[in-house]
Design a protein. Structure first.
Length: 438
């Protein structure tokens, strides 16, 4: 299969509606985003407009919908807007909303697929990153529910929607087709069994639910404001939800999903299992065989196997040790032979502060590369903040470089570092990196 370019929206597009579970009125705007952004929710109703990236690590709950969160910020019922974006082949989008839940529309993806059609789709220069499943993955739920993912050269779903009543069982095999996604899956509405309604209300859910945004199944009867849009509308909506929930995996998937009695919880469990396989796969590809998984350090040979930097820009002599997954201590012996001393205060040689920041950044890079999902990537500076230089570093000093990763998820890495000489802080800074494929 030839390389495929990433896509985003041509322009902003806004929709309004009611949220299914909270009942809140909400305005949601889909916006274009730069290549490799992925999907990012943005709460414009909160101070500082915090963002929540779409990633499997951000899942908070999966009861009757999928909820994402970052810190105290949550976004409920994300699956329909995500399915509509992914199904239409869009890789990068910012999703702004002024409440904590996406609007439900008519219970299908129509609200979003129509908005995407209005905005238009724009091809970008960067290539899509795919993950082709290496071996089968299977997860099981209650009452015989199960899902499996099999290696495939395309993304496709085979689904049996069975239920506890034994009625309305439906089956469908769907193969990804962005040109016809809206027609095939985008109009299929969500549904609920009559006996489930009151228990859900008792839990504080479906406050915005009505026959305007859901189909109710009561025994053999179907209660709906309009006839079924497809004879097999229920299973089509289940596949629609699977597409949305699997966007939590950070790459486009090539896999054949086989599902029986799927649910948001089971969809997410499958995404987690695929994420685990992907991390293991990356760890096998890492060019560095001896990045320690415990607290052991690295000598200069180990450092040079990890970092692309070479003379005169390699600012780390060794890694003294790691503390968990997010902390490391490096060392740099500063000698009069450093090339920068030839032009930087030759009569009073002082190590430039910017190179101390570079030393922190290089230790941070080693920490990020130590995480399997970042194998083969490079960290490019986006910003340096709160940099302070407290005392000069001179020839003969031994620089201890302490770094802590504060965030390393998706395409962004953040770190806090400080350099010490004889136990005293000489410099400190906070750094943000863009992680790109090497």
């Amino acid at each position: 299969m030839p390389p495929v370019n990433q896509k985003t929206l041509k322009k902003d597009v806004t929709v309004q509606g009611t949220a299914l579970h909270t009942g809140n009125k909400v305005t949601l705007t889909l916006k274009p985003a730069a290549p490799d952004t992925g999907y990012v929710f943005k709460r414009v109703d909160l101070p500082d407009e915090p963002t929540v990236p779409v990633h499997i690590d951000g899942v908070k709950t999966t009861e009757r919908a999928t909820t994402l969160g970052e810190g105290n910020v949550k976004i409920h019922t994300v699956e329909h807007v995500l399915a509509s974006l992914r199904g239409n082949g869009i890789d990068n989008a910012v999703i702004e909303l002024d409440a904590n839940e996406a609007p439900i529309g008519d219970g299908s993806g129509s609200l979003f697929v129509n908005a995407i059609a209005e905005a238009g789709i724009e091809e970008q220069e960067a290539k899509v990153s795919f993950y082709e499943l290496r071996e089968p993955v299977c997860v099981e739920g209650k009452d015989g529910a199960h899902m499996a993912a099999w290696p495939s050269d395309t993304f496709q779903v085979t689904c049996t929607n069975a239920n506890h009543t034994g009625s309305h069982t439906q089956f469908l095999h769907w193969k990804e087709d962005t040109a016809h996604f809206s027609r095939d899956l985008g109009r299929a509405r969500t549904f609920v069994f009559h006996e489930e309604v009151q228990p859900l209300l008792d839990k504080g859910l479906i406050k915005g639910g009505s026959l305007d945004n859901a189909i109710v199944i009561k025994g053999d009867s179907i209660i709906s404001k309009e006839p079924l849009r497809y004879p097999d509308e229920f299973v089509r909506h289940k596949i629609f939800d699977i597409v949305g929930d699997l966007t939590l995996f950070p790459k486009r998937l090539k896999a054949h999903i086989v599902a029986s009695k799927p649910s948001h919880g089971l969809n997410v469990e499958l995404a987690k299992a695929i994420w685990k396989q992907y991390r293991n796969y990356l760890s096998q590809l890492m060019p560095v065989e001896n990045i320690p998984s415990g607290e052991g350090g690295l000598d200069i040979n180990g450092v040079m196997k990890i970092l692309p930097h070479r003379y005169p820009f390699l600012m780390v002599d060794r890694i003294l040790g790691f503390d968990g997954e997010n902390k490391a201590v490096g060392q740099k012996s500063v000698t009069i032979n450093e090339p920068f001393f030839q032009g930087h205060f030759p009569g009073h040689p002082v190590m430039p502060g910017v190179l101390q920041v570079e030393a922190m950044a290089q230790v941070a890079s080693i920490l990020m590369l130590r995480q399997a999902e970042n194998a083969g990537r490079l960290g490019y500076f986006m910003s340096v903040d709160k940099a302070k230089f407290r005392r000069p570093v001179m020839p003969g000093d031994v620089l201890h470089i302490e770094v802590e990763l504060t965030k390393s998820r998706s395409k962004i890495g953040k770190a806090r570092g400080q350099c010490l000489v004889n136990g005293q802080v000489v410099s400190e800074a906070e750094m943000v990196f863009a992680l790109i494929d090497g």
